[in-house]
Design a protein around this ligand. Structure first.
Ligand SMILES: [Zn+2]
Length: 160
């Protein structure tokens, strides 16, 4: 009860002690909607403005719901794609965040290009021999010819 009371008070619903049961049910529904709206708004704000989401995630995640195309993937692949989409990997761009390395110094370690190792670079641009073999094997040349964040977004949104 005190947890619910805290939620009510933190959302400016302070009349809990005076409500009848049926009123409380409606109130709980309204509060639930209010909390959900606030959470989704906070999530949207976070996706659009936090540093980790700037390189890829904000370009592929447009609304707060499960992405339909992920459901279609076999589970092992879905896990890898989801990890990639949610920055759960060890690219220099991500590791550098935890090591307090300046963004421009988070360089690709698979080649000598001295380029920031972000998602776009690894998936569509890096010239590492093994990586280019994988890219040519699994990704249409359309994406790696003149690569861009729009093409990477298209690839991960599976809209094309
Ligand atoms: Zn590279």
């Amino acid at each position: 009860m005190s947890y619910i009371n805290k939620i009510f008070i933190s959302n400016n619903f302070i009349l809990w002690d005076y409500m009848e049961n049926d009123i409380a049910i409606n109130y709980v529904k309204r509060i639930g909607k209010h909390i959900k709206v606030n959470y989704v708004e906070s999530w949207n704000n976070s996706v659009q403005n936090t540093s980790p989401c700037q390189s890829l995630y904000k370009h592929i995640k447009f609304c707060f719901k499960q992405d339909f195309h992920l459901i279609k993937l076999p589970e092992p692949l879905r896990v890898h794609v989801t990890k990639f989409r949610t920055l759960d990997y060890r690219f220099p761009i991500q590791n550098g965040r935890y090591e307090s390395t300046a963004r421009e110094e988070r360089l690709c370690r698979l080649c000598d290009a001295q380029v920031v190792g972000d998602e776009l670079y690894f998936v569509l641009e890096c010239q590492n021999v093994r990586l280019t073999e994988l890219i040519s094997q699994y990704i249409s040349p359309y994406y790696s010819q003149s690569p861009s964040i729009d093409k990477l977004s298209e690839l991960f949104c599976n809209n094309g």
